[in-house]
Write a protein that binds this ligand. Sequence first.
Ligand code: FAD
Length: 418
Amino acid sequence: KGARIVIIGGGVGGATAAKYLKIFDPSLRVTVIEKNRTYIRAYGSSEVLNQHSSMDELNVSYDALASRYGVNFVFDTVTGFDPQARTVSTAGKQILTYDRLIVSPGIQLLYDAYAGYSEAVANTAVPSGWIPGAQTALLAKQLQGMRQGGTFVMAAPPNPYRCPPGPYERPALMTEWFMKHNPTAKVIIVDPKDSFVTDQTMMLGWNRLYNFNLPEDYIKAMSPEVEIKQHAKPGMLNWVRGKDGGRPLRVDGKNMTIEIEAGVIQADVINVIPPMKAGQIALTLGLADKNGWCPVDRRNFASTLQPNVHVIGDASIADAMPKSAFAANTQAKVAARAIIEELAGRPAPEPFWENTCYALAGKDYGLFVADVFKVVEGKIARINKARYLPLEASAAQIKLAARYQQAWLRTFTDDCFA
Ligand code: FAD
């Protein structure tokens, strides 16, 4: 009988690892332990807020992984393990034995990082939704029901965080929605940071679609070839950077105010994306360092802290690779290949990884960052030069990028789960 591989977390990383392990070697006994019977995908979840998608459309079934590939599922919550006996234990008092353990638990949100904020406040008044679910539905309801002329404030997270372009796509999609349904609304991003990946292409989109005026230092940094029209009357979308006092300090869910370094903002709807670290189970199993993320041998994503364990996805430390679904998917394939080779006593091939994060500045305004990575001096490094949709891209290319984003949501989900 084949080796026993147990996978904690049936999200992007865990599901992909399970599928590809069974494709590479059908004799392996692969078991995924997952809390929820259905996966709710985070990627694409901001599109529920602007009514481009429904909550139901975020649900992904595990049926194909079980029936087509023979992956076993245990729907339970992992609570501990014994690395010597190589067993994992669950809240439901099950004990599973493994030869190799893959851990892909995603993130946990540090609600307590801001004064006045907590998981209880997030569940009832000031949702986050960065792990999708009931908070996503609550936020959608609040935004779509916001009073005419109301103010929506979104607090962007500090680095490192899940989905680098995500906190900028979300307010852009809401600005587009408000222009139609609530044209006197105001959207404010408050941010502890001064920049983000895809910032130039994203802000160029905001400039064209929402009369957003780019900060002067950004205009200076762009080539003079790029035509940027600054607007006498700036539009409804605003971005308060860290250097302008954008760092969030305190959230008051009763009075709907958020305090940032620059002062207190009265809002109608607040969405906080708090700081984050690896999913709690990674910390419980002793897989995380003092910063709350999991160090790994970059060649195969084997934990450097516990034997016979691999950590992939958002929870892992992957240097230049972002915490994205695309990254979790390629990390899963690399780890699966490395495990197969190691069990067979063969050396693992030199790994390469890819990542493409598509993002929308508007429904028909797409952009992306696309990278290729390999290990350089023990760290994962980017080896490509061009990364972004060019600033000079034509209207047709921009629209095509939005179509690619929608196509990616479908084909990518199939690659992980079907
Ligand atoms: P997850 O997919 O979160 O999976 C973790 C799983 O582990 C969950 O199912 C959870 O229930 C389970 N789990 C955790 N603890 C336990 C336990 N103790 N026992 C049992 N099960 C457990 N990425 C992109 O590439 N492109 C995008 O366009 C994109 N857009 C995004 C938009 C938004 C709004 C957000 C929030 C994220 C977006 N992402 C995007 C990021 C992407 O969703 C994550 O990077 C990806 O899901 C990470 O995969 P993972 O396997 O690490 O974690």
